[in-house]
Design a protein around this ligand. Structure first.
Ligand SMILES: O=c1ccn([C@@H]2O[C@H](COP(=O)(O)OP(=O)(O)O[C@H]3O[C@H](CO)[C@@H](O)[C@H](O)[C@H]3O)[C@@H](O)[C@H]2O)c(=O)[nH]1
Ligand SMILES: [Mn+2]
Length: 899
């Protein structure tokens, strides 16, 4: 059983957390101090620069993301305006756009042509079995069939892309009341972290600051911070953050700051001022910037202060090496020097309200004074509720990583604020556009599909990626093409972070579309566990109009309930992790959780906005990146071979969505064939023979058609998705890098698991360390050795050798025209592979890759050395060297060359 840190104390305040709660209170009093009766409300600011906003007045330059899209719901809009308001029906809160015909029709046509071409190609190949290399022929036939099918699965999901743009102006008009109050529904925000070092605390705390400062009614959202490490550094860090938020949040409101994560805000150079107090801005900015620096120093200092605190405690019992909280009590979580019940994977559950729910009346801040030069007397200084959670950990109990943490957050928040909507963030993602929560709500409350929408996914964007995005961290093709394609079917998949959920949907319920009558929670303790308080929160959470957040007072009974739902054993024998909450026992809980919702008939929405809703940091070191995609691809395969296999889903899953999920889960298998193709040139090195289907010209013709179609389809996709050519090339390149370095291991992992072994164990993605050096991309150049790198290195070596060997053979001579044609195609193939794997090769040369020509020189040297070796070997074989350059004169043309 877990005990609660805050639960062992006297009424309301915990003995070990008392200082904390008082502290939070102090903050509020501080904020409320100047309340002088006149209700100014939240300072409102000018309309956001949201180019996607339907109601925008100023004509702006069309972004490449919007250029080829046309509204597809004019009729609906008119009808809605006609019957608007009278019957209390909700308005249309977003607009639908589809790709203009000028791109869409050729896109579909080319896809069709390519499909026909590959079918004809395949038939032709079946009719022309390659007699002198049947085994090769067979393998390449199966491989090509697989590639054809996966290409089709991938393309089908993109044939009808839809973009949806929230109408923030209308939402404001409909839900924000003239008196400064609002009817917007309440939202619970979840953020997760594990380790203050691997996941630098400064980013985590920035993320929290950005959440506390969002442009959403302050009494209608609460932030839950889950610390899976049970680390006092996080706890104290969160305290510091709450303290700094009392300055930062009113500052953001007063001056309409964007983005509201200080680290990003201060790193952006000049921006046009859009706030209401330009005369104060320069001074306020200087002051807050200094405060922020001090805040960062305090966070850093925790790593030295906290351990010291431990040994200074004179009153510690006979030398017990505990970790102490600032108020002199023992920290209930993990200790710096691990001890029984205070170590990783073994400690009590902790829940602590750091900032209390602020109440419903605006509270103006303090005017400027000598101690505080910031004048907040016209700004609402309230802060949203903030809760620290560290769930109970016990040895021998599977904690189910992030999914487990999310489910605990789901239950704790149900007992405290029970918002009908939830947004979740990883600790490396922050709110970049303070209107983002409002955008999500537009989709949830829209009268057309709103009620059937289980989640609204926002794209993942990254700040720290190098300008050329060497390792394709931006994943643009996925976020700007694939997900818009899915948006036109049943909706985007859930990608783990930056997603708004309908709480009720997460409880494994059916959407209204598939619900016969009112929901009854039958036999719920079997499904939801034994907490009566939790059970009685379920039905109220379905009320999406729920716009008043009123957390219960933290009496002992409430604390006991909270303690109960965060124990390890709470979920035993229940549906948690299966039909309820985030799904367990899989390396990628995200895709499968989204899938379960789609399978139940819910839909999802994709929301791209400008500026980007959320942003984060990505692993930009090659090895970390490869481990990340290893987990994704391993997780995908696990899903395919689990009860969540898309092929097994019932009829509520849209057929196209099923195809998309099949592709999304089975894709790593391609790597087996691909690896084979890429290692093909081995034969070329040893036998001087390149395997090519004959008759040669027909083969080449088909190949050219298929490749040209692929490129043309790609070019059109670039246009409608608003990508650059580089984004697209990076995608192709990283696919090959992944397919050689990572996917084969993922397949191995799956095979092991299918045979009952443990499989590969996946690790937490180490985030970029906050760099103090001037070299912003130092990580990019770090070479970190890992076995995953071997297969791709072998592929590079084989292809470099093949090119070298062919040069050697060409010099020695004696080729027929036929052989030369083979050689030409072979070389092209080798060179193409090297182009695709180029980013990987750069990664392997570390800091030298700052000057990419170094790599070219290395390649050329390698070619020469191998060519010479090849010549030497040939010379040894035949006894003498015949240097001559044979002209094509002597070659004879085989008759079968005709088409
Ligand atoms: O035991 C754990 C392990 C992880 N996390 C948190 O889970 C998040 C994601 O983990 P991370 O290692 O950062 O994974 P990434 O590879 O960066 O994440 C991508 O892939 C994951 C698995 O598919 C998704 O969950 C993420 O949302 C998605 O961004 C982080 O905030 C972690 O702190 C926990 O809370 N508890
Ligand atoms: Mn991450």
């Amino acid at each position: 059983m877990g005990s609660l840190a805050a639960g062992n104390g006297a009424a309301g305040h915990a003995s070990n957390g008392g200082g904390v709660a008082d502290h939070a209170l102090a903050l509020e009093i501080n904020g409320a101090g100047a309340g002088n009766g006149h209700k100014m409300g939240v300072v409102e600011r000018a309309a956001p620069v949201l180019q996607a906003n339907g109601g925008g007045k100023i004509k702006k330059k069309v972004s490449p993301m919007d250029k080829y899209w046309v509204a597809a719901d004019d009729g609906e809009m008119e009808a809605a305006t006609a019957d608007g308001g009278e019957d209390g029906r909700r308005p249309l809160l977003f607009r639908n756009f589809k790709v203009k015909g000028i791109l869409l029709h050729p896109y579909r046509l080319l896809s069709l042509i390519r499909l026909v071409a590959i079918i004809m190609f395949f038939v032709w190949r079946v009719r022309h079995p390659h007699a002198d290399g049947m085994w090769l022929w067979w393998i390449s036939m199966v491989g090509d069939l697989w590639f054809g099918v996966t290409w089709l699965l991938n393309q089908i999901a993109k044939l009808s892309p839809v973009k949806r743009v929230p109408d923030l102006a209308l939402l404001k008009q409909q839900f924000d009341l003239p008196d400064g109050n609002s009817n917007l529904p309440v939202i619970d925000v979840f953020i997760n972290t594990v380790d203050p070092i691997n996941e630098p605390m400064i980013y985590t705390m920035n993320s929290i600051l950005s959440i506390l400062a969002v442009d959403y009614p302050v009494d209608k959202h609460a932030c839950y911070f889950s610390d899976d490490g049970g680390s006092i550094i996080h706890f104290d860090g969160l305290l510091e953050t709450a303290k700094f938020a009392a300055l930062w949040v009113p500052f953001c409101r007063k001056h309409s700051i964007e983005p509201r994560a200080p680290e990003s805000y201060f790193s952006v150079k000049a921006r046009p001022y859009t706030g209401n107090a330009p005369e104060d801005f320069a001074d306020d900015h200087t002051h807050i910037s200094r405060e922020y620096d001090e805040f960062k120093e305090r966070l850093d200092a925790l790593f030295t202060v906290v351990p010291k605190r431990g040994y200074n405690h004179a009153d510690s019992k006979e030398g017990a090496k505990a970790t102490w909280m600032a108020d002199g009590t023992q920290w209930p979580g993990t200790w710096i020097e691990p001890a029984e019940n205070h170590k990783k994977g073994q400690h009590d559950g902790i829940v602590q309200v750091m900032l209390k729910h602020p109440g419903h009346e605006p509270e103006l801040g303090l005017p400027a004074s000598t101690s505080n030069p910031l004048d907040f007397s016209a700004v609402d200084a309230r802060l949203p509720m903030l809760v620290y959670i560290s769930r109970e950990k016990r040895p021998g109990c599977d904690h189910q990583k992030k999914a487990g943490a999310m489910n605990v957050q789901l239950r704790i928040s149900a007992l405290l604020t029970n918002a009908p909507f939830i947004i979740n963030f990883d600790c490396d993602h922050y709110v970049n556009n303070s209107k983002a929560f409002r955008a999500g709500i537009c989709f949830m409350l829209d009268r057309r599909e709103g009620d059937n929408t289980a989640f609204v996914q926002f794209p993942q964007r990254f700040d720290d990626v190098d300008p050329t995005d060497r390792y394709c961290n931006h994943n643009r093709v996925f976020f700007d093409a694939t997900l818009l394609g899915l948006n036109g079917i049943q909706g985007p998949s859930f990608v783990g972070t930056g997603c708004m959920f309908r709480r009720f949907a997460l409880y494994g319920t059916d959407p209204p579309r598939w619900r016969s009558d009112d929901v009854k929670i039958v036999d719920s303790s079997k499904k939801f566990g034994s907490s009566l308080s939790f059970m009685s929160s379920i039905l109220p959470s379905a009320n999406q109009e729920h716009s008043i957040m009123s957390p219960p007072a933290l009496e002992e009974s409430v604390m006991a309930d909270l303690a109960d739902v965060m124990t390890c054993s709470y979920e035993d024998g229940t549906e948690w992790g299966k039909e309820v909450g985030w799904v367990y026992n899989i390396a990628t809980e995200d895709v499968v959780t989204g899938f379960r919702l789609h399978r139940n008939g819910w839909r999802s929405m994709y929301c791209r906005m400008e500026p980007d809703a959320f942003a984060g940091t990505a692993p930009i070191n090659l090895t970390e990146r490869l481990y990340q995609i290893l987990r994704w691809s391993g997780g995908s395969l696990e899903m395919f071979f689990s009860p969540y296999c898309p092929l097994l889903a019932g009829g509520r899953l849209h057929p196209m969505q099923r195809i998309a999920y099949a592709n999304m889960t089975a894709y790593p298998v391609s790597s087996i064939f691909l690896l084979f193709y890429l290692l093909f040139p081995v034969i070329w090195i040893f036998r001087g023979q390149f395997y090519i289907q004959k008759p040669f010209p027909t083969y080449v013709l088909y190949l050219v058609i298929v490749i040209v179609m692929t490129e043309l389809i790609g070019v059109i996709e670039i246009k409608w998705a608003g990508l650059t050519l580089l984004d697209w090339i990076r995608n192709e390149q990283f696919y090959i890098v992944g397919a050689t370095a990572v996917y084969p291991t993922a397949v191995l992992h799956m095979v092991l698991k299918l045979f009952g072994f443990k499989g590969v164990s996946f690790k937490l993605t180490a985030k970029q360390v906050a760099s103090s050096t001037s070299d912003k991309f130092a990580e990019l150049y770090a070479v970190q050795w890992a076995p995953l790198l071997i297969p791709t290195m072998v592929v590079i070596a084989v292809n470099v050798c093949a090119i070298g060997a062919s040069i050697g053979k060409a010099i020695v001579g004696g080729w027929s025209l036929m052989q030369m044609a083979d050689a030409g195609l072979g070389l092209l193939f080798n060179a193409w592979i090297l182009v695709l794997i180029y980013p990987f090769a750069l990664g392997m040369i570390g800091r030298w890759s700052k000057k990419p020509y170094v790599l070219f020189i290395m390649f050329i040297i390698a070619f020469i050395v191998i060519a010479m070796l090849d010549i030497a070997i040939q010379a040894m074989r035949s006894g003498f060297v015949r240097f001559h350059f044979k002209s094509s004169g002597g070659a004879s043309f085989p008759t079968s060359w005709g088409l």
